[in-house]
Design a protein around this ligand. Sequence first.
Ligand code: ATP
Ligand code: SF4
Length: 334
Amino acid sequence: MRDPVLEIRGLRVDYGLGDAAVHAVRDVDLTLHRGEVLGLAGESGSGKSTLAYGLTRLLPPPGVISGGEVVYHPVDGPPVDVLSLSPARLRAFRWADTSIVFQGAMNSLNPVHRISTQLLDVIKAHEPRSAAAARLARARDLLRLVGISADRLESYPHQLSGGMRQRVMIAMALALEPQVVIMDEPTTALDVVMQRQILGQLAELRQRLGFAVLFITHDLSLLVEFSDRIAIMYGGRIVEEAPAADLYRRALHPYTDGLLHSFPALRGARRELTGIPGSPPDLRAMPTGCAFHPRCPRAFTPCDTDVPPLGRPADAPGRDVACWLHPVAEPVPR
Ligand code: ATP
Ligand code: SF4
C-alpha cells in the first residue's frame, strides 16, 4: 500500500446551524494515497462537492465543518492539520500542495484577459521573486504539457474550444506541481470523446509528475476506466470503497450495483441499463436505518431501523462496504 497524502477522518459538513442544519457530509473517512487516482461517485446531492469544498476549506456560507479532521502529508516535513491552517498558509496549501478544478471551470477563465496573463498571474502570485522570462517559459511548458501549442498563450478564452479551455484550467492546476489535484466533474460539459481524451492525458501526466487525483463525478463508468480505487457516496456517507476493477467485477452495495447499471460501460461486457428506482434522499428528512432502504431491491429486516457501519466485510477482504448484506468484521479505523 502506498503512503497516504491526504487523510480525511470523520469529516462532517453542515449547511446551517442547530436544528435547521442540513447534514450534507456525515462522518466521512477517506484516504488518498500518493500518486493514485481515487474516484468519488454518487448521484446529484450525495455530498461529493461539499466534501471537496469542506476539505479545502472553500465552503460557501452557510456551510460549516462541524467535525472531523483533514491531514495532509507533505513529501518532506511533518503532517499538516488542514482544518487549523492560518489563512496565509491555507492559500499556499490550495495551490502549491493541493489544487482544485471545479465544475464548469472552463467558464471561469476571465474572458477579457489573454491565457498568458491568467497563467502568469498564478505563477507570479506564488513565485513573486522568479524572473519574468522564467515565468513565461514555465507558462509555455505548462500549455505544452496539456497538449496545447505554446503560441496559444496569446489567445483569449473565446478563441479556444471548450476542451482547450478545460485543458488550460488543468494546466493552471498543475502550475505549482501540487501533490494532490481535486477535480469536481471537470469534463461533464464536454462531449464523450473530448472527456476521454482529457482524462487519458491526465492519467499520463499523473504517471509522469506523480500527483494524486481525487476525481469526482456522477458517471461511474468514467471512473471505472480511469481510477485506481473508487468510493461511492450516498446521502452524505461513503457506502462502498474498493479497487476500481474489483468494484466493477462485483459491486457489494446494492446502490453501487444500481449506479453500474445506470451508465453504459466504456469497455468490457455490456450491462443492461436498469437505473435506480426512486430519488436520492432529502437530507432534511433522512430515512431511518440504511438511507438507501426505500429504494433498495434487497432491503430486509434490520435495514429500515439500523444504520450499517462502513467496514471490511468478512466475505470480501480488502474492501469497505456499509450494508447489512455484508456484515462487517472490522470497522473502518478512526
Ligand atoms: P452534484 O453532483 O449535483 O454537484 P453533489 O453530490 O456534489 O451533487 P453537493 O453539491 O455536495 O452534492 O450537495 C449535497 C447536499 O447539500 C445537497 O443535497 C443540498 O441539499 C445541500 N446543499 C448544497 N449546497 C447548499 C447550500 N448552499 N445550502 C443548503 N444546502 C446545500
Ligand atoms: Fe439495501 Fe439493506 Fe444493504 Fe441498505 S443495508 S443497501 S437497504 S440491503
